[in-house]
Write a protein that binds this ligand. Structure first.
Ligand SMILES: N[C@@H](CCC(=O)N[C@@H](CS)C(=O)NCC(=O)O)C(=O)O
Length: 233
């Protein structure tokens, strides 16, 4: 029997959360090694085998996987959540890229300084309503099917649900003008593996709090002072 994947990351959402969602949706149990200190972070890379010295790191199938997108693509392909041909695959990639882009803006928000918090949330919600959600509503309307791609449950559906729930945390009625996305949310949330992941006590992480932000800042040290540049256009 193969070992459970082991996820190395902070005890919070960040770039690992979509990986947690995808594994959970695929029905794969996993373990987590939470990074709390700079020493732990550096120890991860001491053998020199991890090229970018960044997390997420996922140990699975005898490999230490890095780079979030590559990890997600591997898991999606392995568990048949990545379409049946290259046309479906590119659609899944396109839809996933859209949700990733949006979730990354939300994710970086607690680490930004000198921007008034209410202002950030207003901009995010407006952008979701005007630019992102209409794309997915239209896809569902145009083909009239239950899932985004190929009439089959895929990584694109999983990540869209993750993104919808994240936006709803900022604005509860954000789906009010998107009836097909409301139905989509209900439908995908009922898939047994996802339903279980949405229950309290699962490995799904809560919204970032002060402690999470402090830990990430302390572990990554200088990194956040230079890496984030908030784009609102
Ligand atoms: N392209 C990488 C970026 C990963 C990344 O920026 N990770 C951050 C934590 S969320 C990190 O480890 N930063 C430390 C560094 O770059 O030195 C991915 O998508 O996995």
């Amino acid at each position: 029997m193969s070992e459970k994947p082991k996820l190395h990351y902070f005890n919070g959402r960040g770039k690992m959360e979509s990986i947690r969602w995808l594994l959970a949706a695929a029905g794969v149990e996993f373990e987590e090694e939470m990074i709390e200190t700079r020493e732990q972070f550096e120890a991860l890379f001491q053998d020199g085998n991890l090229p970018f010295k960044q997390v997420p790191v996922v140990e699975m199938d005898g490999m230490k996987l890095v780079q979030t997108k590559a990890i997600l693509q591997y898991i999606a392909a392995k568990y048949n959540l990545y379409g049946k041909d290259i046309v479906e695959r590119v659609l899944i990639d396109m839809y996933v890229e859209g949700t990733t882009e949006f979730m990354e803006v939300i994710m970086s928000q607690p680490f930004l300084q000198n921007v008034e918090p209410g202002m950030q949330i207003d901009v995010l919600v407006q952008k979701a309503k005007m630019c992102y959600l209409p794309v997915y509503e239209k896809v569902l309307r145009d083909h009239g099917q239950d899932f985004l791609v190929g009439n089959q449950f895929s990584w694109a559906d999983i990540q869209l649900l993750e993104a919808i729930l994240m936006i709803e945390e900022k604005s509860a009625n954000v789906l009010s003008n998107f009836p097909l996305l409301q139905d989509f949310k209900e439908r995908i949330s009922e898939i047994p593996t996802i339903k279980a992941f949405l229950l309290p006590g699962s490995k799904r992480k809560p919204q970032p709090d002060e402690k999470y932000v402090q830990t990430v800042n302390a572990v990554l040290q200088m990194y956040y002072k230079v890496a984030f540049n908030f784009r609102i256009n």
